[in-house]
Design a protein around this ligand. Sequence first.
Ligand code: FAD
Ligand code: NAD
Length: 476
Amino acid sequence: MQSEYDVIVIGGGPAGYAAAIRAAQLGLKTACIDKRLDAKGKPAFGGTCLNVGCIPSKTLLDISHKFVDARDKFSSLGINVADPSIDIAKMQKQKQQVVGRLVRGISGLFKSAGVDALPGTGTLHSGPGVEYAPHDGDSSRLSAANVILAPGSVPVELEKIPLTENAIVDSTGALEFSEPPARLGIIGAGIIGLELGSVWGRLGSEVCLLEAMDEFLPMLDQEIAGQAKKLFARQGMDIRLGARVLGADVGKDGVALEFSDATGTHTQTFDRVIVAVGRRPYTQDLLSPNCGVVPDERGFIAVDDDCSTGVPHVFAVGDAVRGPMLAHKATHEGVMVVERIAGHKPSVNYDCIPNVIYTHPEIAWIGLSEEEARGRGLDTEVGRFPFVANGRALASSEAEGQVKVITDAASERICGVTAMGPSASELIAEAAIAMEFDASAEDLGLTVFAHPTLSEALHEAALDAFGAAIHMPSSR
Ligand code: FAD
Ligand code: NAD
């Protein structure tokens, strides 16, 4: 029997919506089901990223950074702005407008590509078939030649620190504060803790991050991590490592958090607490008992390199499968799967996925850190270049941080780049292109970069990997 759809995608986040649009472009009859509703109860495609993740957090980061510049920096540049203040309600309205615009944009893209947008819950059955339960109305069974599961993830909750309406919140709640809490406690000094701690710290909160691990940002090059920790401390973020939170008591004075560290057991009271201890796959209502797909013990859907679940014609992509929980990784997997369904042969290069922490300065990295390269037994050459020696960074009064290029001495190929500094999120794309094309440090060295640009710091760090940096003494 002919299926109603060539492809049904369950989940309309960066993995699912991109898969659906690409599938329709490739001439496949496609539907995308997403259950998310916005605060007004309207369907909101775009997933975590557009609604409660990347986009709202980056909007708040950008506005709060502009405020800090106006308050703390402008006068030293000769710009006199009398006593700037922040209107949080207006900031939140601006954030909502950005989110709304992008969410509406997905509906527009679906319409023009010819994707059937189906708001409601999708559940995989054997066949493969999908039960579609709209928000209002009766469920129906849809048949599909292929099903792509893209259900995303939700915040991990701590049993000992249950969320409350106002006092103890997750990242979604922390995007909605109507004023900066005077004392803000954050459990977890990972990416969300640092980004949202930066937002509210800039707007006036006293921020304390309690991190269970003894190491700060263990996934990051540890030389840069150490420098970042000092910079964040200067910005007022109190980062306590090796801090195990034992419990919370919500009273009229705030939330008393009990935690232990190397020096003993302590209690500290906060006006609000953000729990930011990671995310977990979201597979509730996704899989019927007969569908053949069973999540592993950590809740992830097991897939191979091509995102196939092992059940014929059923694929899974994005945060719900192995690999980093990043929007661009999710999108690439979604697109890769539909292109393979259409008979093409793309793959995702998991060694070449950029990571960014949108603090100020930004921290970005791709490939191996110096420690990881050494851990793999590689004989490395390391090139460094500090932004303080970069003309454009100095001209824009943004000279903190450095770029580090790691090469494999045997093959001369670049195997990792870490950058902390102005526009590191943009600069890392240049490193991604270089690594995707298997460039050596010399290839980057031979490339002409415009002057004066921040990118010249990457150029010089690559030159430094073979002792040829011009604007500083060799670090080798
Ligand atoms: P999601 O975006 O989670 O989308 C999945 C969608 O599927 C959801 O809308 C969900 O409601 C829906 N769904 C689930 N089950 C069903 C079902 N059974 N039926 C119908 N619909 C279903 N990543 C970055 O790369 N850069 C950033 O700057 C960044 N910032 C972030 C900031 C915050 C505060 C957070 C929380 C996350 C951030 N992320 C960032 C991570 C990024 O949001 C995720 O990696 C990305 O959204 C994953 O995409 P996805 O499509 O796999 O899942
Ligand atoms: P994370 O893994 O980055 O950080 C969580 C931190 O909490 C870790 O350092 C962990 O050691 C710590 N932790 C765990 N349990 C703890 C406990 N009981 N007490 C104290 N500390 C504890 O996770 P996150 O910050 O919640 O973000 C979730 C995911 O969302 C990230 O993995 C990332 O992939 C994605 N994200 C990406 C961006 C970006 O790309 N800029 C921004 C935000 C979120």
